[in-house]
Design a protein around this ligand. Structure first.
Ligand SMILES: [Zn+2]
Length: 275
């Protein structure tokens, strides 16, 4: 049984804890250096101090002379020097704010780093600072995902539902996959259009293409050898990821005929190749 005194003490404790302002602790910045060519990255506590302490290391060789004449007070000069001369980008991460310092056209491909650091998200604010001109550009983390964002009107739901039903035969499977352009022709469809039945067969039989962002299987949305210019047909294997809504043009499969033989059931293979 709690007595009145204990009760008052406990309620006043609650009262005090409610009144005390919750002072947010500012998140410590996390600095990372990325080598633009190899995309190797590593974390440093203080990039200025790190540069001064490692001036004799091969990675800073091209800045070594100047670093020898600078001190901690020259922080901005040191950052500019190192990103300019040593092929490095400096990334500063403070909660969901990311600032990338780079020199002129030496911006690294930030996609692998953003992926591995969990930063490729729309709620991450990214500022790119070109230290040559001091010009800044503002982006969001999801702009550093692999692949191309699918069009707003892309029928993702229809593809997902068809994909989930890939082991079932549906009455509309003879209809065309929206947007398909294969360079082949099937009976009853416009030239180039792929029937769902053929696409479902590919989905069942092919080696899945894995999304570079999500590491989950993509949905193939086009295959074949369509005309890409007046003179040329080229393989077009396009897949999309329903999770990150990105589309990927996959490494060309040069033997499209062989691919269709391996992945399309005999009764859903095209009748003609379009010139
Ligand atoms: Zn994805």
């Amino acid at each position: 049984m709690i007595n009145r005194r204990e009760f008052l003490q406990s309620t006043s404790a609650i009262g005090v804890s409610c009144i005390l302002p919750q002072i947010p602790v500012p998140p410590a910045a996390n600095f990372q250096l990325i080598q633009t060519e190899t995309l190797t990255s590593w974390s440093v506590t203080d990039p200025v101090e790190w540069s001064l302490q490692n001036a004799d290391q091969p990675i800073l060789a091209r800045a070594a002379d100047r670093l020898g004449k600078l001190t901690k007070e020259d922080d901005q000069r040191i950052v500019r020097l190192v990103v300019r001369r040593c092929g490095l980008n400096l990334v500063e991460i403070k909660s969901n704010q990311v600032t990338v310092h780079y020199w002129s056209d030496q911006l690294a491909d930030l996609r692998p780093f953003f992926k591995s650091s969990g930063l490729a998200s729309p709620d991450v604010q990214v500022t790119l600072v070109n230290r040559k001109t001091e010009a800044t550009a503002h982006k969001t983390g999801d702009e550093f995902r692999f692949g191309k964002r699918v069009a707003q009107d892309f029928p993702m739901e229809q593809f997902t539902s068809k994909w989930l039903n890939r082991f079932l035969v549906k009455s509309d499977d003879h209809q065309a996959v929206p947007g398909s352009n294969s360079g082949f022709a099937w009976d009853g469809l416009e030239d180039g259009e792929i029937p769902w039945a053929a696409m479902k067969s590919a989905w069942r039989r092919m080696q899945p293409i894995i999304c570079l962002n999500c590491d989950q299987p993509n949905i193939l949305v086009n295959f074949g050898l369509p005309r890409v210019s007046f003179f040329r047909h080229a393989p077009r294997f396009i897949s999309v990821c329903p999770t990150c809504q990105r589309s990927f043009l996959d490494d060309p499969i040069t033997d499209v005929g062989g691919w269709m033989e391996a992945n399309l059931d005999e009764d859903v293979r095209p009748r003609f190749e379009i010139d």
